[in-house]
Design a protein around this ligand. Structure first.
Ligand SMILES: Nc1ncnc2c1ncn2[C@@H]1O[C@H](COP(=O)(O)OP(=O)(O)O)[C@@H](O)[C@H]1O
Ligand SMILES: [Mg+2]
Length: 290
């Protein structure tokens, strides 16, 4: 979907963004924004809006529906474009590169900053479920309206919050910026543990447990740990990624989630490397204050 974003992005003009933003804003109040209402949201004449909305449609940034009236809504690509545009305008990134990963709930791209630094751009994709997003009225008037936009944005905000509070104490990607459902973070030069053969599994397990312990010390339980959310770097150092589901240690399910995180990792180490440890012992280690 995003493969084309760089190209589409170059094609777009100031007024295209203005109309796209108008659709986004009006979606607080409409499932399908009436085309007749767009001129006032965009502060542009009807003819200009008609021309722009045609271009946005062609690029699949908005979707059109004709029922009793002609209406438009933002697509995920349209939302992506708005997020990227804001990050480019703020000079966070200069250009977006290629896809480096597809997760369950995200698309991951590399991107370049003005100084040549390579960073990671994570687009959250949620919306089919409301896993950790409370049904909230207020944001969009109706709980169901634009649930994918709301859920994706809240997931990104939540992940960004975790990275900000953990960075420096736990090995996590460096938080750089976020906008809407998009996060920009430092690039980790390593591989998912689940796709790597470890030469030193015992050391790696100890490093992972140390990171979980450090996060716990900062009040955070990851709550979605698996061999795919651990990045192993060349020297056996590890980083923990993918934090949108974190909970505070005071959360009623924190203990259960910590136990599950540790169990997931231990069963992987047992299965793949015949390294066996007791979950209880490691959970106690994580919680122990020294
Ligand atoms: N900061 C990063 N540096 C390098 N690779 C990353 C980074 N963040 C994510 N990735 C890659 O993208 C994949 C998916 O990212 P992740 O944050 O786990 O999202 P998901 O929720 O979709 O699983 C990861 O497994 C990893 O391969
Ligand atoms: Mg993941």
């Amino acid at each position: 979907m995003l493969q084309d974003i760089a190209r589409e992005f170059r094609d777009l003009e100031r007024y295209d963004f203005r109309v796209l933003t108008a659709v986004e804003t009006a979606m607080r109040f409409f499932d399908w924004v009436p085309v007749d209402d767009l001129p006032s949201y965009a502060r542009l004449p009807q003819e200009e809006v008609d021309y722009r909305i045609g271009r946005l449609s062609k690029h699949k940034l908005v979707q059109r529906k004709t029922a009793h009236y002609v209406g438009y809504k933002l697509t995920f690509t349209g939302y992506d474009v708005l997020g990227i545009e804001a990050l480019v305008r703020r000079n966070v990134i200069e250009s977006i590169g290629s896809k480096v990963g597809v997760g369950k709930e995200s698309d991951i791209y590399d991107a370049e900053r003005e100084n040549g630094e390579i960073v990671i751009v994570k687009f959250h994709r949620e919306g089919t479920t409301f896993r950790h997003v409370k049904r909230s009225r207020g944001y969009f008037g109706q709980a169901e309206r634009c649930s994918w936009m709301l859920a994706s944005r809240l997931a990104a905000e939540r992940e960004y919050e975790a990275l900000t509070s953990l960075y420096g104490s736990v090995v996590v990607p460096k938080p750089i910026a976020h906008n809407r459902h998009v996060i920009v973070m430092g690039f980790l030069n390593g591989r998912e543990m689940g796709n790597t053969a470890l030469g030193n599994p015992v050391t790696v397990l100890a490093n992972v447990m140390l990171q979980i312990k450090s996060a716990y010390g900062r009040g955070v339980v990851h709550a979605d740990l698996s061999e795919y959310n651990v990045i192993v770097c060349a020297d056996g150092e590890v980083a923990l990624i993918d934090w949108p589901q974190w909970v505070h240690i005071s959360h009623p399910n924190a203990d259960e989630l910590l136990y599950r995180d540790v169990t997931n990792l231990l069963s992987y180490f047992a299965r793949k490397y015949q390294v066996t440890k007791r979950t209880e012992d490691l959970v106690a280690y994580v919680k122990q204050r020294d």
